[in-house]
Ligand binder design. Sequence first.
Ligand SMILES: Cc1cc2nc3c(=O)[nH]c(=O)nc-3n(C[C@H](O)[C@H](O)[C@H](O)COP(=O)(O)O)c2cc1C
Length: 448
Amino acid sequence: MAMHPGGPSIIMKYAGKDASKLFNRLHPSNVIETFLDEAHVVGEIDMPPDSAISEEEIIAEKLRIENLKRLPKVNQIYNINDFEAVARAVLPPHAWAYYNGGSDDEVTMRENHYAFHKFFFLPKILVDVRNVDISTTMLGTKTSAPFYCSAAALAQLGHPDGELSISRGCGTEDVIQMISSTASYSFDEILDETKPGQSHWFQLYVKPDRKHSIEMLKKCAERNVKGIFVTVDTPMLGKREKDFKFRYGEDGPNDDDDPITSYDDPGLTWADIDAFKKVSDIPIAIKGVQRSEDVLLAVEHGVDAVVLSNHGGRQLDFSRAPVDVLAEVMPILRAKNLDKKIEIYIDGGIRRGTDVIKALCLGAKGVGLGRAFLYANSCYGEEGVKKAVQLLKHEIALNMKFMGVTKIEDLNSSMIEKRDSYGFHRDSIYDANYETMRPIGLKDIPTN
Ligand SMILES: Cc1cc2nc3c(=O)[nH]c(=O)nc-3n(C[C@H](O)[C@H](O)[C@H](O)COP(=O)(O)O)c2cc1C
């Protein structure tokens, strides 16, 4: 119980009841066999089906089903922020809290997005832009666009098909999906969805027992995974208070609930990265790098790529926005002639084609999006994922024409400038979607 990422009280809350429905939304089908052996089976429960689901949960679910009938048509979605607005209306409240939340005061989460406002373009003119090609190569794999679907846990909280429909949508659109270590479907179930020519990456959370990680890496090689991304910014889970409020309910956590649960092994070091590199020939990337010195160390350790990322603002609040870190890192790599030795990716706050183009101008090989795909999938499943990809592709191609550029390789740092101050212009849809953090109120006095 002490190791359970959701805390012990949730286990006690549902113990002895049939919690299958709730459990299955949060865990892949093989989780029990993977982590518990047969000695842990103590017997059959004698309880009605779904007896763990409370009256309030049933009412909330009914309301959500009513709201789902009012979904706008997917063709009425014009940008990534629109998906977020719809997701906010139709997601179960605990799923919305888990997906949209960041850590502490969520300064970094918002900064990730708003930092893109510092960068402005210097487009070229009178270039023949009739044909624009936005395809590229990431970690040696050809792909139709310079972005990927980043690892995001628990996609089934938002949609019953979870990561499966994300995989289907990405497959149709030829976009790489990074499979999370904590996906709600199993690794094999997701890979079984692979379409011909489709590529997947795997995101690794490293547990204290390295045997499990090594086995996963071998499995990735067997299943033709094209990249391993070791997440390094989660020695513990961030303090995500919106999520805690749902997780612990009205009474707050019990004394034995530590909301700051351990996650990755806090003992993870560079030596582990060296060891993982030896397991297979699959390119290895580190996800969650936040300073130039660590990018240089990654080069020294022969890592193939890094993702400049702060986990979408869910870990260390007041981490810098990845786009700012990118603008710092690339000139240092270029000065040391190391920029061709490692691929640099960023994720966090990307919502527009222009955000993607800005990152590419600054020197990123590609960018990842987390919440955007969760929201699109939660609202519309596979159709939503395809639409999200199409919207981004369209925005990238259109804005490349405005930039006077026809190929990804032609975007460069001469086409972008950074302003010192920003924040004059607000994104109204982004701000409207932002769920503000509310101070605690007094308890209602029961009336009878
Ligand atoms: C709900 C949610 C779950 C996530 N789960 C994982 C995960 O399992 N592994 C991981 O490395 N990153 C995870 N991330 C971080 C994303 O991969 C990515 O770094 C981040 O979402 C990028 O920011 P964006 O959501 O603004 O695009 C998660 C992010 C969110 C929002």
